[in-house]
Design a binder for this molecule. Structure first.
Ligand code: ADP
Ligand code: MG
Length: 343
């Protein structure tokens, strides 16, 4: 071992994953795809199996001062199911590992599992195992999910083609604005515990943060409409970052129209109130767990009337050139770090 020390910050999450990936070589003939997509792909013979894991860690991913345990349990399952949806698959089984400090009671664990059960029921998955251990501080939940997809229906991040339409489900930036509001109220409460939270009229964005849904509904509707996306990813890190993944892995570029971005009124109001800018929230706010996908233009008529789907732009042949076409008719590069109107 060399005795140099490199800070993880200097690589970032994606840099670190790339570094891990470089040293991993898959050997088994049934390992179709390893690291790099929303889930791993395994050849099961007549179908592909899909496998994915996500961790939620107290103090990093959630703050129990405002995150009810029941919602947390639901979210832990939903965000894993979302990665199966992003492969156009159907979730089947989950395992749940938890690490608990002695701060948690049996009743608290019951509450967490109430949410886990509710999500398993909603997404029609079976909880088939896990692990339980103690933690020195805080709560950790790690969920793994197994899913299935017909071989000719799988959707990777790397299939976007020039002229494909860029589609997104639901609306964007809400989960991030919900988090900002909850954190603001926490600060107010800590300064003065007598203060009542001011969250009236903000229920939708709060719910977007506390109770995200995996968009399995849209996966079923696309299949019913006979539409197979050419590429897909779920929006965990924000539209900008996740669109950059699709473009990088597909070797294409994209143009997104500011006026087409689906932004809920509550997101708009909250972003304006907190001086963040609704478009910035939509581009860079994470945790919406909506689906971003591309379809060939011929599919447009088959899904144009689905109110859950917005057509926000199109794919170009300009490798990694990902642009926002603003309402003022400027074209500005979209970067994962954030977007600045002054640029
Ligand atoms: P997502 O946001 O869809 O959950 P991530 O950004 O967490 O995806 O991960 C991207 C890819 O890197 C996935 O294929 C994931 O399985 C893989 N990955 C993430 N962390 C690790 C790790 N520590 N070791 C191996 N693979 C990893
Ligand atoms: Mg994902």
């Amino acid at each position: 071992m060399a005795d140099t020390r490199t800070e993880i910050n200097s690589l970032g999450e994606f840099g670190l994953i790339q570094r891990i990936n470089k040293k991993i070589k898959t050997n088994l003939p049934d390992t179709i795809t390893g690291i790099g997509d929303d889930s791993a792909v395994i050849d099961l013979g007549d179908e592909f199996g899909l496998l994915s894991t996500d961790i939620l860690l107290e103090g990093v991913h959630f703050d129990l001062t405002f995150f009810p345990l029941k919602h947390l349990g639901y979210k832990a399952i939903a965000i894993n199911v979302s990665d199966i949806a992003a492969m156009n698959g159907t979730p089947r089984q989950v395992t749940v590992a938890i690490a608990l400090s002695n701060r948690f009671s049996v009743e608290a664990v019951d509450e967490l599992y109430e949410g886990i059960h509710a999500a398993c029921k909603d997404f029609n998955v079976d909880l088939v195992g896990g692990d339980t251990t103690s933690s020195r501080s805080g709560l950790l939940i790690s969920v793994s999910v197994f899913g299935r997809v017909k071989k000719d229906k799988i959707t990777y991040r790397h299939g976007a083609r020039p002229n494909d339409l860029l589609c997104v489900t639901g609306d964007l930036g809400g989960a991030y604005m919900g988090l900002q509001l909850l954190e603001r109220e926490k600060q107010v409460f800590m300064a003065n515990p007598q203060m009542q939270p001011e969250l009236e009229g903000k229920d939708y964005v709060i719910q977007r943060q506390l109770r995200p849904e995996a968009r399995m509904d849209v996966i079923y509707e696309l299949a019913e409409a006979g539409v197979l996306p050419t590429s897909m990813i779920d929006l965990s890190d924000g539209l900008a970052s996740d669109l950059l993944h699709i473009c990088a892995q597909s070797g294409v570029g994209a143009i997104v129209f500011e006026e087409k971005l689906p932004i809920d009124e509550q997101t708009y109001i909250a972003a304006t109130e907190l001086n963040l800018g609704p478009v910035t929230a939509a581009l860079n706010g994470g945790e919406d767990y909506e689906l971003l996908f591309t379809v060939p233009q011929v599919s447009y008529d088959l899904i144009k009337n689905n109110p859950k789907i917005s057509f926000i732009g199109y794919i170009t042949d300009k490798k990694n050139e990902v642009l926002l076409h603003t309402n003022a008719d400027n074209r500005i590069p979209i970067t994962a770090q954030g977007w600045n109107r002054e640029n």
